[in-house]
Design a protein around this ligand. Sequence first.
Ligand code: KIV
Length: 289
Amino acid sequence: MSARPASEKPLILGDLAAKKAAGEPIVMVTAYDHPGAQIADAAGVDMVLVGDSAAMTVLGYDSTVPVTVDEMIMLTKAVRRGLHRALLVADLPFGSYEGSDAEAIATAQRFVKETGCDLVKIERGGTSVDRARALVAAGIPVVGHVGLTPQTATSLGGYRAQGRSADAALDLIDSALALQAAGCALIVVEAVPSEVTAALVPLLDIPVIGIGAGPAADGQVLVFHDLLGIYPGPAAKFVKRYADLRTAAIDGVTAYASEVRSGAYPAPEHGYGMPEGEADRLRELLAGR
Ligand code: KIV
């Protein structure tokens, strides 16, 4: 499997609409740092999300709630520097956009100006529909996010699938339709029954990106640390692990520690040498002191 050449043209939003129209699945993955962004871009994904899942995957918080705008901006800037082809989406963190349209615009403008992200993502329907409309009117492309919305998981009864009853599914579909009407460019649908996604997708003109939402979505997103087996916590039902980097990394660091302790590392080839005669001269200089 080969990496994509850096010469490939950066994607634009219209490419996603074209993919949906052509029935070509859209691939999205999260990333939180420069090497992660380079890996995602080299693998040829279409979109990279600096998700507020960073709170858990790289910052060690126990939910997405505590992560700050400054923390997310620092991570998003690192990802921007590593991306060439994929579109970059930044999550607006909890508490940075819900209060008013003005707050949402000010936060989103910081992200666009300071990180160079292409779109921002906000969670939920309800008042977030108004925030989405205001952001779009301010010229900022927006991704909506419905279903399981981790920023407000407590009020949803925890991290569990959403839209499982017909009434709840209808509410979720109405939120997605409202977000589209507000001008969102895409919708992420998280942890909903496959039947609900299958009912939703034909109702929307914009692409639907699923995570734990079944195969009917126009694309899929997974968390980088989940799919590569880096994150040690329990994985959600929808996560498929494509690698076990945590085990490989622990094995590598364990081998390093053992070689340092045994003296096997560093070997002569890992060191620098002085030019001919300089070591003897150094010994003489030291002896003459
Ligand atoms: O924060 C995140 O990583 C997300 C994805 C799970 C969609 O919002």
